[in-house]
Design a binder for this molecule. Structure first.
Ligand code: SAM
Length: 292
C-alpha cells in the first residue's frame, strides 16, 4: 500500500483522528458489525468496529490494565469474574494473570471479532484462550446475565462498544439490575464510559442507571491515547462501601498477593488510587449522591 493511504476514524461527524495505513489485514462484515484490522505506521495493528477504533497494539495496555486490575484489586478476593464483550482477549489475559481467579467467563456477541483477533492480534490475548480457568462464550451479554444464578460472580467487567448498535443493551436498566443480582455481596461492576469531553452523556446517563441498582457509584480515569479527546472514564459500581478509595500501600500488598506487581506498564498502586480523583467537569457527570 502506498505511503499516503490514511484511515479516518468515523466516531464523530465533526472531528477525528487518522492513521497512516501500511497494510490492510482484514475487512469483514459480520452479522453484527463491520470489522477492519490494519497495520498502522505508528501504533502497530489496529482494530476498528463500524469505523471506530477499538484497540491498537501500541496502547492497549493502558485500557486493559485499568479495566481489569482496578476492580479485581479493589475487590481483593475475586475468584469468579465475568467479562462481557472484549473480543480481542486482552481483558481475559489480564484477569487470568491474577492468581486468585479460579474462573473467568467471557461472553462476546461476535465470534468473528474473536476469530480475527486470534489470527491478526495474537499477542493481545497471548495464551489466555487456552487457560483451563477460561470459558469463552459467543453470545449476547444481556442474555447471559439474565440467566446467570444469583451471587455467581465477584466482579463483572463490561468491555463493550459504545451504546449504539449491539452494545446498547449493555447500558440499560435491565442489564444493571441483573448485574447487581448475580454479583456477590462485595461485588463490583466496571464498564467503559467513553471520553467525557466528547461523550458527556455516556458517563452521565449510565452512572444514573448504575445508581438505581448499586449503593456506591463512582468512576475512574485512564489516558488512552487512541480513545482521543482527553481522559476516558470507566464506570465503577459497588455493593460495598470504600472500595474506590483504597490507599496505595494496601493496593501494593494486594497486587503482590495477586502476582501482578511489576508486570504492568500503566497500572501502579499510586495510579490506581489517583485515578478516582476526577476533574470537576467529569465529576459533574456523576449523580449527586454518588460515593465510592
Ligand atoms: N477495548 C476496546 C474498547 O473499549 O473500545 C475494545 C472493545 S471490545 C472489542 C467491544 C466488544 O463488545 C466487541 O467485540 C463487540 O462485539 C462486543 N459487544 C457489543 N455488544 C455486545 C453484547 N450485547 N454482548 C456481548 N458482547 C458485545
Amino acid at each position: 500500500m502506498s505511503a499516503d493511504v490514511w484511515l479516518n476514524e468515523t466516531l464523530y461527524p465533526d472531528w477525528g483522528q487518522r492513521f497512516r495505513v501500511v497494510r490492510e489485514l482484514a475487512r469483514v462484515k459480520s452479522a453484527f458489525q463491520d470489522i477492519m484490522i490494519f497495520e498502522s505506521a505508528r501504533h502497530g495493528r489496529v482494530m476498528l468496529l463500524d469505523g471506530v477504533v477499538q484497540i491498537t497494539e501500541a496502547d492497549e495496555f493502558v485500557y486493559q490494565e485499568m479495566i481489569a486490575h482496578v476492580p479485581l484489586l479493589a475487590h481483593g478476593a475475586a475468584g469468579r469474574v465475568l467479562i462481557i464483550g472484549a473480543g480481542d482477549g486482552g481483558v481475559l489475559r489480564r484477569v487470568l494473570s491474577h492468581r486468585g481467579v479460579a474462573r473467568a467467563v467471557m461472553v462476546e456477541i461476535d465470534g468473528e471479532v474473536i476469530r480475527l483477533a486470534r489470527e491478526f492480534l495474537p499477542d493481545i490475548a497471548g495464551d489466555a484462550w487456552n487457560d483451563r480457568r477460561a470459558e469463552v462464550i459467543v453470545g449476547d451479554g444481556i442474555d447471559y446475565v439474565a440467566r446467570a444464578a444469583d451471587g455467581s460472580f465477584d466482579v463483572i467487567i463490561v468491555d463493550s462498544t459504545d451504546p449504539i448498535g449491539v452494545g446498547e443493551v449493555l447500558f440499560t436498566d435491565s442489564f444493571y439490575r441483573h448485574c447487581a443480582r448475580i454479583l456477590t455481596p462485595c461485588g463490583i461492576v466496571v464498564n467503559q464510559c467513553g471520553v467525557p469531553f466528547m461523550q458527556q452523556d455516556e458517563l452521565r446517563e449510565t452512572s444514573a442507571r448504575r445508581a438505581r441498582f448499586f449503593p456506591h457509584v463512582s468512576a475512574y480515569l485512564a489516558a488512552v491515547p487512541t480513545y482521543a479527546g482527553g481522559f476516558m472514564t470507566l464506570g465503577f459500581a459497588a455493593k460495598a462501601a470504600g472500595l474506590a478509595d483504597l490507599a496505595p500501600t494496601e493496593l501494593r500488598v494486594r497486587a503482590e498477593t495477586a502476582g501482578i506487581l511489576g508486570t504492568t506498564r500503566y497500572w501502579s498502586p499510586e495510579i490506581h488510587a489517583a485515578s478516582f480523583q476526577l476533574p470537576p467537569f467529569i465529576a459533574a457527570c456523576l449523580p449527586e449522591s454518588a460515593s465510592g
